[in-house]
Write a protein of this length. Structure first.
Lengths: 498, 343
């Protein structure tokens, strides 16, 4: 580890609109080292990866290649410089063959610049031999497992003689054997002089594969240090590192009967054997990492996606699979994760959005009564303290927090008995966040059962009466309010026994 | 989620999966040939004249323009786009070059003018789609009407008459060498050249890459916008050439030659196995699709079926082709998934 780092970021900042994704972040990758990048969801890891890949350009700060500043104007530049990135979702061409995927744009040529297919397949075969895997270069990449797709990506990196290999959560979708195979390949590359940047939520993998680790939190650099001296808990502390405030005012409420009962719910390949119940007046948090299957469970419960096995019942009555209409009829409401795409119709006005869920009750004869719609919107705007100029304004002009209130109003107007909220405060400023929390607490106090999916640990710990933790499609822990700590939740979420 | 597969066991299923995929795609062109053979066989058994020299020549001549347009269109469709303006380009070029030829231009300058007009239309389409990121459907629907409008403005109700055209042009349209008419020969040469380019050159493969996954193509450093622009340019140029060939074949044209052909071209491309979602198919398939649609038209005439049925049959064929594609793709995906799981 001497000389200039192969690739480095120096004091890089990057903002998207008002969101500061990276703040003054530095990172050095040396040849022959496997470097881990750790941080919670939303800490800025993906933005950092895309900066290295040439997809984003830093607002301030520099990218350094062998100590020299470089500017990547696009992904092609970064590839040219020897940076290969393997994204969490492999980016292959499903209709083209494995060999074509590896060599796109750099196919071996024969006379007149034509592609030498034989040579291309031969080279691909030799790459796979070097990696110790048996993939057929002439097979189309459609239908390959995620693990095999990643091997194709690695073969692509090898064929470019990449000097830096960035892997964004490569193990998220792999099984034990596949992870072992991937690691042996990565280890061999590292010994060969490659610099590896490895991102994983499985902390054990960081400890077994990497020499150094850089931690990010809320877009800021926290530490870069050797893995050797660290404990698992040290790392979690660096990733979480906040003091719990008194922002979260969940008041104890009288628990009523079971409102939502989910029994051994399974959707093949997505989540397995998920069972839990939520009582009236209770807030239950569903914690876990992105991709653990939390939102998918919520979607299945609400009927947006089908489930393969298990059952869901509301107030003791079973729900049919795959019917949002039946779910709404039974008193279920879902405030989805992505309010711009799933929660709101951005082109429509505030009042129209609030009215969407209950068009039936707004009907006078065969038409919708504009007066009834406006009255309903007015009523909810006051109750949720919505800040707006006119109810006929498009929801697009509202701030994130106020948009979230509109989504909430839309669903509360259906008078639900069970409210599922998916990341209710993502991208919302602190003040509005507290209002949303107060609101959820009030709703629970009125006897509504609340299931809250959240990646925000302090929110989970502050708001929830009980915490369910998911890891890779399974419930791994159920913690009471007293037992739930940042460490216990993170441990369960990263698949490590508490 | 897939279970782990030990490397040595993977070889067999992977290879047979490939064979399967190959079969499906070869089966597509094969099934076109079979359908064509059946159609010709049945029609010829009812009316022997169908297979006479003149009958075959007519079909080939009629196919030539459509297939040429289909070749250009398939390049665009392979990149997951669409060019609806080709019919209008044919109409405009046929009239404008006819006008010039009637006023004494030579054939070569007229062909160059036609191709240049086509290229200009293709350039506008391509720039709007690739650089301004307007959806292809909207852009080319717009240019369809604009070009048609210009065509009508220039024509102003006039007509180009065969008697005013140079005889050389008309013999290009209707003459033949060794019994094979010129027009299908021209189409054949262009089809083979473009098909070879798309298959054998690195930049040719990039068209497939873009259609297969635009995002992956961008991340792989493929010049996505330049390739899409090129696809529209080629489609425009070929539409321009087709316009001149149209004039050569028919001699007498009014403003709206090839009116409504854009949909026929798209049908030929889709029936020929080029996926409307991009990334799959070949110009050979597209040309075969054009041949099949044209042959159906001729066969219906010979069989004395009401010509109104022709449109219904074309439509039914299109639906059949698309549903078969969809079903096959789903089956294939499931099969491949199961194989990699149990392999």
């Amino acid at each position: 580890m001497s000389g200039a780092p192969t690739l480095a970021l120096a004091n890089v900042s990057k903002s998207f609109g008002a969101v500061r994704a990276l703040r003054d972040v530095s990172l050095e990758l040396f040849a022959g080292e496997a470097h881990a990048l750790a941080g919670e969801n939303g800490a800025g890891k993906s933005t950092l990866v895309k900066t290295l890949a040439g997809v984003h350009r830093p607002d301030t700060g520099q990218v350094l290649l062998n100590g020299e500043p470089v500017v990547f104007t696009g992904p092609a530049d970064a590839q040219q410089a020897g940076v290969a990135v393997i994204y969490q979702e492999p980016t292959l061409f499903p209709d083209l063959s494995v060999a074509e995927n590896i060599f796109m744009g750099r196919q071996p040529r024969r006379t007149l610049g034509r592609i030498d297919r034989k040579e291309m397949h031969g080279q691909a075969r030799r790459l796979f031999e070097r990696l110790g895997v048996a993939l057929d270069p002439e097979q189309p990449s459609r239908g390959l497992s995620i693990a095999d797709q990643q091997l194709v990506e690695i073969a692509k990196a090898l064929s470019r003689e990449a000097r830096v290999l960035v892997m964004d959560e490569p193990t998220a979708a792999l099984s034990g054997n596949e992870v072992a195979r991937l690691f042996s390949v990565v280890e061999a590359l590292r010994e060969h002089g490659c610099a590896i940047l490895f991102i994983s939520h499985r902390l054990d993998e960081i400890f077994s594969l990497c020499q150094r680790v850089t931690t990010l939190r809320d877009g800021a650099w926290i530490a870069s240090e050797p893995v050797a001296g660290l404990t698992h808990d040290d790392l979690v502390r660096r990733m979480v590192g906040r003091e719990l405030g008194t922002l979260y005012p969940k008041e104890a409420a009288e628990l009523g009967e079971v409102a939502l009962q989910v029994d051994r719910l399974t959707r093949e390949g997505v989540f397995t054997d998920v069972s839990f119940q939520v009582r009236r007046g209770e807030i239950v948090a569903l914690a876990g990492l992105v991709g653990a299957g939390r939102s998918e469970v919520a979607r299945a419960v609400f009927g947006v996606d089908r489930w393969d096995a298990g059952s869901v019942s509301v107030a003791g009555r079973p729900l049919p699979a795959g019917s949002p209409t039946a779910a709404m009829g039974a008193g279920l409401a879902l405030v989805p994760e992505d309010r711009r795409q799933q929660g709101l119709v951005m082109e429509l006005s505030i009042e129209r959005n609030i009215g969407l869920t209950g068009l039936g009750s707004l009907r006078r004869g065969v038409t919708i009564s504009r007066t009834a719609e406006r009255d309903r919107a007015k009523d909810w705007a006051v109750r949720l303290q919505l800040k707006f100029a006119r109810l006929s304004d498009g929801v697009g002009v509202l701030s994130g927090g106020n948009q979230q209130k509109v989504v909430l109003a839309k669903w509360l107007a259906t008078k639900p008995s069970v409210l599922i909220v998916d990341e209710p405060t993502r991208g919302i400023d602190v003040g509005t966040k507290a209002e949303v929390h107060r609101l959820l607490s009030e709703l629970a106090g009125q006897g509504i059962a609340v299931l809250m999916i959240s990646s925000d640990l302090p929110e989970v710990l502050g708001m929830a009466d009980r915490v369910l933790v998911m890891h890779e499609g399974r419930l791994t822990a159920e913690l009471s309010r007293a037992d739930a700590t940042e460490e216990s939740v993170m441990n369960a979420a990263t698949g490590r026994a508490a | 989620m897939t279970t782990a597969t030990a490397p040595p066991e993977q070889t067999t299923p992977a290879r047979s999966a490939r064979g399967l995929v190959d079969l499906v795609f070869r089966a597509r062109e094969l099934s076109l040939v079979i359908a064509l053979a059946a159609l010709v066989g049945v029609t010829a058994s009812v009316n022997g004249n169908f297979l006479s020299g003149q009958g075959i020549e007519d079909i080939l001549l009629n196919t030539a323009t459509l297939a040429l347009l289909a070749v250009g269109q398939s390049m665009v469709v392979i990149t997951r786009n669409l060019d609806l303006s080709v019919g209008s380009v044919v109409g405009l070029v046929a009239f404008v070059t006819g006008d010039q030829l009637a006023s004494g231009w030579g054939i070569l300058p007229a062909v160059l003018l036609g191709v240049a007009i086509g290229a200009a239309c293709g350039l506008i389409n391509g720039l709007l789609v690739s650089f301004c990121r307007v959806p292809a459907l909207v852009v080319t629907l717009g240019t369809l009407y604009v070009i048609q409008g210009i065509d009508h403005y220039i024509a102003h109700g006039r007509q180009i008459n065969a008697v005013n055209l140079p005889p050389g042009l008309l013999s290009l349209g209707n003459g033949s060498v060794l019994g094979v008419p010129y027009l299908p020969l021209i189409t054949l040469v262009i089809m083979v050249a473009i098909g070879y380019y798309l298959r054998s050159y690195p930049s040719g493969r990039e068209f497939y890459a873009i259609g297969s996954s635009p995002e992956a193509a961008r991340l792989a450093g493929v010049p996505v916008r330049r390739r899409i622009l090129l696809a529209y340019l080629v489609s425009g140029c070929l539409a321009g050439l087709a316009g001149v060939l149209w004039l050569a074949r028919f001699g007498t044209v009014i403003a709206d030659s090839a009116h409504g052909w854009e949909l026929l071209v798209v049908s030929a491309v889709v029936v020929g196995g080029v996926a409307i979602t991009g990334g799959v198919g070949s110009v050979y398939g597209a040309a075969l699709g054009a041949l099949l649609l044209t042959t159906i038209g001729s066969a219906l005439v010979v069989l004395r079926v009401n010509p109104f049925w022709q449109q219904a049959i074309t439509g039914a064929l299109l639906l059949l082709a698309i549903s078969v594609d969809r079903v096959l793709a789903l089956r294939l995906a499931r099969l491949l998934r199961n194989r990699s799981r149990h392999g």
